[in-house]
Ligand binder design. Structure first.
Ligand code: NAD
Length: 295
């Protein structure tokens, strides 16, 4: 078994994750529909199809926008299944519906490969610093085999249960993240409109009971935290369209088990409104600008 990795999907997250694997000594074959995304990865072997990226590797990782795309990349002509060796490990790190992850596991089994759902938390800053948390669903032995790879791109690996369980954990995390981002943004907007300095308000919140990752590490007010998307015109982060996708998936999952998710419903609708207003590609902290309005 080789040490090589096939990596498909080199966007805001995948590019950073693949680069860590390369820096830490892996040979990585990459594929992305966007040629420039693939070419941005220094030291990678650039491939022309998912099939080619999957060939001659023991591990193939995908980091793609959604479940439909992951399925397509797996099964299409020149897809992963056409190139991957039997018994290899296919690890999907995208955030997708738990049911889709279970389908991917079935398709994998039929084709004699092993599957793990391994979505991540930590955002683009966590990806850049290799401090991501992986939430993994699947067979315990496969999780152990994946760990040395995942821990080169992240800091923590949790085995959550059977196929799809990693995605359940991820959706549970992200519904908190989205609601907290909205609350942090509305607090900053109200405080500054009433005359507070946003930096002073943030310093207070960060040592008080309102503190969260969105106040401290990923504050939506531009420039309060350096080197994050809000300091860069809300570019290059966790796109509004992707957080809205996750909230929709969380709502579907909640329906299946009759769990009320009122905060998720509200934050979902807010983020969908941002999409309809043309802000789908902005970082999700843009909710601050949206609430602030033009005045
Ligand atoms: P992104 O849109 O920046 O990257 C996705 C990449 O996939 C792009 O480079 C795109 O060209 C490529 N792609 C799309 N269709 C493809 C296809 N058919 N074949 C090959 N490549 C294709 O998204 P991202 O922010 O990197 O997020 C990726 C996944 O990780 C999503 O599921 C997202 O929800 C999740 N996630 C994102 C963050 C974040 O902060 N950005 C954090 C945790 C999890």
């Amino acid at each position: 078994i080789s040490n090589n990795v096939g990596f498909i999907g080199l966007g805001n997250m995948g590019a950073k994750m693949a680069s860590h694997l390369i820096k830490k000594g892996r040979k990585v074959k990459v594929y992305d529909v966007s040629k420039s995304a693939a070419q941005s990865i220094q030291g990678a072997q650039i491939c022309n199809s998912p099939k080619e990226a999957a060939e001659d590797n023991s591990i193939v990782i995908t980091m793609l926008p959604d479940g439909e795309i992951v399925k397509e990349v797996l099964q299409t002509e020149n897809g992963i299944l056409k190139g991957i060796k039997k018994n290899s490990l296919f690890i999907d790190c995208s955030t997708i519906e738990p049911k889709s992850a279970q389908e991917l596991a079935k398709i994998s089994k039929k084709n004699s490969i092993r599957f793990l759902d391994a979505p991540v938390s930590g955002g683009v800053t966590g990806a850049a610093a290799a401090t991501l948390t992986f939430m993994v669903g699947g067979d315990a032995k496969d999780v152990e085999e994946a760990k040395p790879y995942l821990l080169q791109a992240g800091a923590k690996v949790f085995h959550c249960g059977d196929y799809g369980a990693g995605q359940v954990a991820k959706l549970c995390n992200n519904l908190i993240l989205a609601a907290t981002m909205v609350a942090t943004a509305e607090s900053l907007n109200m405080g500054t409109k009433l005359g507070l300095d946003p930096k002073v308000l943030t310093d207070i919140v960060n040592v008080s009971t309102g503190r969260s990752w969105t106040s401290e590490t990923y504050n939506p007010y531009p420039g309060i935290v350096k080197n994050i998307p809000p300091a860069n015109n809300y570019e290059g982060g966790f796109m509004v369209k992707l957080v809205a996708k996750d909230l929709g998936l969380a709502e579907n999952a909640a329906l299946q088990c009759n769990a009320p998710v009122p905060m998720t419903a509200l934050s979902h609708q807010l983020y969908r409104t941002l999409i309809s207003q043309g802000f789908g590609d902005k970082d999700f902290a843009y909710i601050y600008q949206f609430l602030k309005g033009v005045n």
